[in-house]
Design a protein around this ligand. Structure first.
Ligand SMILES: CC(=O)SCCNC(=O)CCNC(=O)[C@H](O)C(C)(C)COP(=O)(O)OP(=O)(O)OC[C@H]1O[C@@H](n2cnc3c(N)ncnc32)[C@H](O)[C@@H]1OP(=O)(O)O
Ligand SMILES: CC(C)C(=O)C(=O)O
Length: 607
């Protein structure tokens, strides 16, 4: 079938011949890379359909434009997606930004909002048992600030807040947090809910974005600011109302990311002017990415600008509360910390509204992996994940950074090979700083062992197989035997699926019959160490001759003090086969390896 694809091309010279060749070669409809020109398509054919076409191309209009070339090459036809419905963000532009040159040096102050923002996003919010389990986990992990809930949202939130306080379950170094929208009665009841707690952060917030001002609140800027100030006044009035409870004030411009920065600053500074914090008060100011709506660097610019211009800067704890709508909450938070923020609210494994809150475990692990104390106990991440999955009734992805089932596991042959060699090098060099390919941290530091590092399937190669044979079964396979056994494994695993270490041993045993030759007992009579002569004796009656190419003897290990293993490479003509022999003495293992090699050689040459 021939499609005529009229094109308007921009090029310095006529390359029609080459284009025609590309089309006929079936490289795909838009693979014009070697032409160096930009194409505009008049046809409506989708790329999928075009693949089966051969091409006849008409080129017209010849002027080269590199920009068009790239744009067209990436996607020459409009996708048909409704792009006209959306608009890009307006860059804030902070030309003298400092954050790009900074490097993280310490952990921020962490505040878990699992029991509030996380919980409010669940289809099935946590019952008291699950809330307790989550709270206990958060304390165990070392969180010093924990948001318990939105006490006025539901009886369950209120009861849980009371339960924690009345059970005296707040460690001396932990501060609870509760939150309320700006409604006078609700703020009052929220403060009542924390009566008896030694310390608590009371957070009030109101949305300030253009759309929420217009569509949700139908308020002008001045009215939104006045609402914030009313809330701030109520909170301030109540701050000293509970004898025995120290209240720390927190205010956030919800939807900060969609608020004009100068307006957010105006509102925050007005609230701060009312509260007039002293440095030791550390009033909390929250600048939430309630919805993540631009790239991380844009968020960082805005945070840096706010950090520079907020009043009472030395008396406030600048807090981030980042959601993950674009999938870059971790990056946004990390850059915004460089931009001057002090504290991060988020959840374990990123539960939370829509695409979630920022994952605090990922942030903390990122620090640990850079040699910075994360100030959380991350030594049993699997346990943290199990409890979180139980509480949220939601699984954590097997690919979740640092904790997913597969994040310390490699199936691909070349990765397995590099990991295996990297681990060996680390051991040989007695290195104290971790440096292993494809393994950014030592899995043992977060409660994993090495067993799951390398898992074998049809993508695996000799390195991974040899690693498991060594670490799980104590066989130090020589390199060419690794290659031979890898092809045995490849053949046997063609049906797909994973091959575990036990299965590998079964196949090895079956292929080299090491169980037969390894039967315990006294050394065979006539043990000899002249492997060449033995091989000759075994092959000659069958009219074959063979040579021994290589012999590796593995002495007994500490764990298996009676096991000698000999690996023997033999050949007859161009056919090479390894033999493996296990024995209670070196001689016995040698003899058995020759028998094994002879049997395999004969099988190969007579097959
Ligand atoms: C970004 C965040 O995550 S904020 C936290 C969100 N969490 C939750 O919503 C879970 C808990 N929520 C609730 O329990 C309830 O929504 C309540 C108790 C807060 C309010 O309940 P209702 O009075 O039934 O109102 P509803 O939820 O339908 O609507 C919210 C109302 O509060 C207003 N509102 C929303 N946020 C705020 C705020 N921060 N301050 C003041 N008013 C607010 C809305 O404009 C709307 O007002 P309207 O009643 O005049 O239309
Ligand atoms: C109230 C604020 C902090 C919030 O939860 C958000 O903006 O997502």
């Amino acid at each position: 079938m021939t499609a005529t694809v009229p094109m308007v091309f921009s090029m310095e010279k006529d390359l029609s011949g080459r284009l025609e060749k590309s089309g006929a070669g079936g490289q795909g409809a838009y693979d014009f890379g070697h032409i160096g020109g930009a194409g505009r398509h008049s046809g409506k054919c989708a790329a999928r359909e075009m693949r089966s076409f051969s091409w006849r191309v008409t080129l017209v209009d010849v002027t080269y434009s590199p920009r068009n070339y790239l744009a067209e090459r990436i996607q020459p036809l409009p996708s048909g997606m409704p792009v006209h419905k959306y608009r890009g963000y307006r860059p804030f532009r902070l030309p003298d930004r400092l954050w790009p040159d900074r490097v993280a040096e310490r952990a921020p102050l962490w505040c878990s909002v699992d029991l509030r923002d996380g919980n409010q996003a669940l289809m099935d919010p946590m019952d008291p048992e699950r809330k307790r389990a989550m709270y206990e986990l958060l304390v165990k992990l070392g969180f010093k600030e924990i948001e318990l809930g939105f006490p006025m949202a539901s009886r369950s939130d209120l009861e849980f807040t009371r339960d924690v306080i009345e059970r005296d379950a707040i460690p001396d170094d932990v501060t609870i947090q509760v939150m309320s929208p700006i409604r006078e009665g609700m703020i009052e009841d929220t403060v009542k809910a924390i009566e008896g707690a030694p310390r608590a952060i009371v957070q009030i917030f109101n949305p300030t974005s253009v759309t929420q001002r217009n569509a949700v609140f139908r308020m002008s800027r001045a009215e939104v600011k006045a609402l914030a100030l009313r809330g701030a006044e109520t909170a301030l009035k109540l701050r000293d109302s509970l004898p025995g409870t120290e209240i720390y004030l927190q205010y956030g411009t919800e939807s900060f990311t969609q608020t004009e920065p100068e307006f957010a600053l105006e509102v925050h500074n007005a609230v701060l002017d009312l509260w007039r914090p002293e440095p030791d008060e550390q009033v909390r100011v929250v600048l939430p990415a309630s919805v993540e709506c631009y790239p991380p660097h844009e968020f960082a610019d805005r945070i840096e600008w706010m950090s520079r211009h907020l009043a009472y800067r030395d008396a406030i704890t600048l807090t981030l509360h980042t959601h993950n709508d674009r999938g870059s909450a971790v990056a946004a938070t990390e850059l915004a910390l460089l931009a001057g923020a002090d504290r991060v609210e988020g959840t374990l494994f990123g539960n939370g509204e829509r695409a979630g809150n920022v994952c605090l475990i990922t942030l903390a692990m990122n620090l640990l992996s850079q040699g910075i104390d994360p100030k959380l106990d991350l030594s049993d991440l699997d346990e943290a994940r199990r409890v979180t999955e139980h509480c949220n009734r939601m699984p954590v992805s097997p690919r979740h950074p640092w904790v997913g089932d597969y994040v310390y596991t490699s199936f691909a042959g070349s990765h397995q090979d590099a990991i295996s060699k990297g681990l060996q090098a680390l051991e040989e060099n007695k290195a104290t700083v971790w440096d292993v390919p494809y393994l950014p941290i030592d899995p043992r530091d977060v409660g994993r062992d090495y067993q799951a590092l390398i898992r074998i399937n049809s993508q695996s190669g000799k390195g991974g197989i040899a690693h498991l044979m060594r670490t799980e079964h104590g066989f130090e396979l020589p390199r060419r035997l690794q290659i031979e056994f890898a092809s045995v494994v490849q053949e046997r695993s063609e049906s797909g699926g994973e091959v575990n270490a036990a299965q590998l041993l079964d196949w090895f045993t079956d292929e080299y019959r090491v169980d037969e030759t390894a039967a315990p007992g006294t050394p065979t009579a006539g043990e000899r160490t002249d492997t060449g002569a033995m091989l000759h004796a075994l092959l000659h009656p069958h009219g074959k001759e063979g040579v021994v190419r290589e012999t590796h003897v593995q002495s007994p290990s500490e764990t298996d003090s009676a096991r000698w293993i000999t690996y023997l490479e033999t050949a007859t003509g161009s056919t090479t086969r390894w033999g493996v022999g296990i024995g209670g003495s070196k001689e016995q293992s040698l003899e058995r390896s020759v028998r094994c090699a002879a049997r395999r050689l004969l099988k190969a040459v007579t097959a």
